[in-house]
Design a binder for this molecule. Structure first.
Ligand code: URA
Length: 210
């Protein structure tokens, strides 16, 4: 089974609480999501592989470490995943970006893909799939499945802000090889698939659409 990593850094927990409050304006919600994305990205990239290179300091040559391998790929599940990108790029500015768009078919209730665009040479790259809310888990499961089928990346991690226990279970059953990184696991889903106590509709709060 994959590992669920809870990012319990005090700054992450504090900012998450401010974001949950219904009084938080679009402006402050966005700013805090940006800050949180940077902090979570710092944690999730902790095990990136390093290689030694020779460099010259102003005083002498030395062997020093740099990140090994091809550039990381951040894959945003549209549309709320886009809210994570700028903050993450603060720590991995050279990362490539992919997008996956899915909607739920009103009859079958299954996710249907309407957009899929990835960088080249995905089979040599590590991927972080981002979506702020792991609720039912259906979109995340479908997005990761499409990635595996179409691109076969070197590795995949999934990053969110909030998860529901139901979503974690669904995701881990479907993708036992993909670790989940989240700032909190909340109590449950409501009948409409919202996370309780949650923070509401992440897309609406990021983009000010409600
Ligand atoms: N998506 C959201 O934006 N919020 C939820 O609570 C669940 C899914």
């Amino acid at each position: 089974m994959s590992t669920l990593h809870l990012i319990d850094h005090p700054l992450v927990q504090h900012k998450l609480t401010l974001m949950r409050r219904k009084e938080a304006s679009t402006n402050s919600f966005r700013r805090m999501l940006g800050e949180l994305s940077t902090l979570i990205a710092y944690e999730i990239t902790r095990d990136m592989p390093l290689q030694d290179i020779e460099i010259e300091t102003p005083l002498e040559t030395m062997t020093a470490k740099v990140i090994d391998g091809k550039k990381l790929v951040l894959v945003s599940i549209l549309r709320a995943g886009n809210g994570f990108l700028d903050g993450m790029l603060n720590v991995v500015p050279g990362a490539r970006i992919g997008h996956i768009g899915l909607y739920r078919d009103p009859e079958t209730l299954q996710p249907v893909e309407y957009y899929f665009k990835m960088p080249s040479e995905m089979h040599e790259r590590d991927v972080i799939v981002v979506d702020p809310m792991l609720a039912t888990g259906n979109s995340a499961v479908a997005a990761v499945q499409q990635l595996k089928t179409k691109c076969r990346p070197k590795s995949i991690k999934f990053m969110c802000l909030l998860a529901a226990p139901e979503g974690v279970e669904t995701f881990q059953n479907a993708h036992p090889d993909v670790d989940i990184y989240t700032a909190a696991v909340d109590r449950q889903l409501d009948s409409q698939g919202y996370i309780l106590p949650g923070l509401g509709d992440a897309g609406d709060r990021i983009f000010g659409t409600k």
